[in-house]
Write a protein that binds this ligand. Structure first.
Ligand code: UD1
Length: 421
């Protein structure tokens, strides 16, 4: 397993280009299963989760052609299998996103049940209940979800809880269902919106995009000639580099991003003492060498503060002035990074879903272990501020979601290197 060695203490400075959003690329690649025509998808990030998705589609018989700029041409007209096998699903829960499209287009899908996960139980009951209400017959046998439906039927669905991939799965299924589906209490994350725009470009009829009520008129078939779609920028990658710059007292400009989908994060960075300026597609952050001030955040579905930025803000608070209270309301058990940060000298107390962080003067390097994707990002951020050289193990978690992280951080002046196993 590769490791990262990071020597802290350098103020990050410079410019960086943000990659396409992982959480938009995954559902959009799954949605290409709905199209009868080939599609070109651009701004795809270079990530393990994308490779896994390509392998998943490839095993179904989908033709994929990637160019050197990570544009992917996807042609699902040659599909021969409707299965998402366990060995792929277990490495990436988002594989569940093929369930809705396969069922809606081919009337059949066999998807391994994702099972537990490091950041909570993360069930898929809302996905399955929604599809059953649309007329699917679903059984779970041998660890697999087996779904069948001659043709799904549109209906009114009120989601019990806001779920991002659940909304995406049901929206994709509804796009090819008979009649109208009304999806209430839908997730409003920008990546859900990006998928909805993509589906409409493909010929779907979705309205209410960006709100929590989506109205989807089912089409008989989907697919248009010469569709080229560009994935939106990754707001979590953006936020992660902004926090990395802030914790080191640095100054960075991030390009090819979208400040308008980062309001809650930028507000908290400003509260932490950063000077934040924005243009249409860039964000500049300058800490002027200052120590950050502790901030309190409460995670919740978009447009509130994202759970995928929670770990990074805990890292920021570890060396900030004052006490910051971080409350996690989206996932249970999403504080795996806390123990590792404590090993570096952080003062954090956990009380159920709340982390109380009292800033210390300095963190010290220690061997630490990445436990999940965003937790890993918080450890890298802490290491950038720590005294000495930190060894971060199990970084395959980072490679799932951060495009060339060591090259990008090195570009900003960080002392970081990958040690292959
Ligand atoms: C997506 C994102 C992930 C982000 C999360 C919340 C992708 C590929 N991943 O994950 O990065 O952290 O949204 O913004 O887009 N739940 C149920 N039953 C269900 C589905 C969800 O109880 O059927 C619960 C979950 O356990 C969790 C909450 O709903 O407590 C939100 O989860 P959800 O939005 O579904 O997360 P994901 O879509 O898996």
């Amino acid at each position: 397993m590769d490791k990262l060695i990071i020597t802290g203490g350098t103020q990050l400075s410079g410019e960086l280009r943000i990659s396409g959003a992982k959480n938009a690329a995954l559902p959009i690649l799954a949605a290409t299963l709905l199209s009868e025509k080939p599609i070109m998808v651009g701004n795809i990030p270079h990530l393990h989760d994308i490779t896994t998705t390509m392998e998943l589609l490839g095993r179904m018989g989908v033709h994929l052609l990637v160019d050197e700029k990570m544009n992917i041409e996807v042609d699902s007209s040659s599909i021969t299998s409707y299965e998402a096998p366990y060995e792929l699903v277990r490495t990436m829960r988002a594989s569940i996103l093929v369930l809705g499209p396969l069922l809606a287009r081919f009337g059949e899908a066999h998807v391994s049940l994702p099972g537990g996960c490091a950041i909570g139980t993360r069930p898929v009951d809302i996905h399955l209940n929604g599809l059953m209400k649309m007329g699917a017959e679903i059984t779970v046998e041998g660890g697999y979800i087996h779904a069948r439906a001659k043709r799904l039927k549109g209906c009114r669905l009120v989601l019990e809880q806001v779920t991002v991939t659940g909304t995406e799965n049901l929206m994709m299924a509804a796009a090819l269902a008979e009649g109208t589906t009304i999806l209430e209490n839908a997730a409003k994350e920008p990546e859900v919106t990006d998928l909805a725009h993509f589906l409409n470009k493909m010929g779907a009829n979705i309205s209410g995009i960006g709100s929590d009520v989506l109205v989807i008129e089912g089409a008989d078939r989907l697919g248009v000639d010469n569709l080229h779609y560009t994935i939106l920028p990754d707001r979590i990658e953006t936020g992660t580099y902004l926090v990395a710059a802030a914790i080191t007292g640095g100054s960075v400009k991030l390009k090819n991003t979208r400040p308008d989908i980062l309001d809650a994060v930028l507000e908290k960075l400003t509260e932490a003492g950063a000077d934040v300026t924005t243009g249409d597609d860039w964000i500049k952050l300058d800490m002027h060498g200052k120590r950050p001030k502790a901030v309190s955040v409460r995670t919740a579905p978009y447009p509130a503060f994202p759970t995928d930025m929670q770990a990074q803000f805990i890292a920021l608070n570890t060396v900030a002035e004052g006490v910051g209270i971080i409350t996690e309301t989206v996932f249970e058990n999403r504080f795996m990074h806390v123990q590792e940060l404590q090993r570096m000298g952080a003062d954090i107390k956990l009380e159920s879903n709340t982390a109380i962080c009292t800033g210390v003067n300095k963190l010290t390097a220690a061997p630490i272990m990445a436990t999940d994707l965003r937790a890993s990002a918080s450890l890298v951020i802490a290491a950038l501020a720590a005294e000495g050289s930190t060894l971060v193990d199990r970084i395959y978690h980072i490679d799932r979601g951060y495009d060339h992280i060591e090259e990008k951080l090195a570009q900003l002046g960080a002392t970081i290197r990958r040690v292959p196993n």
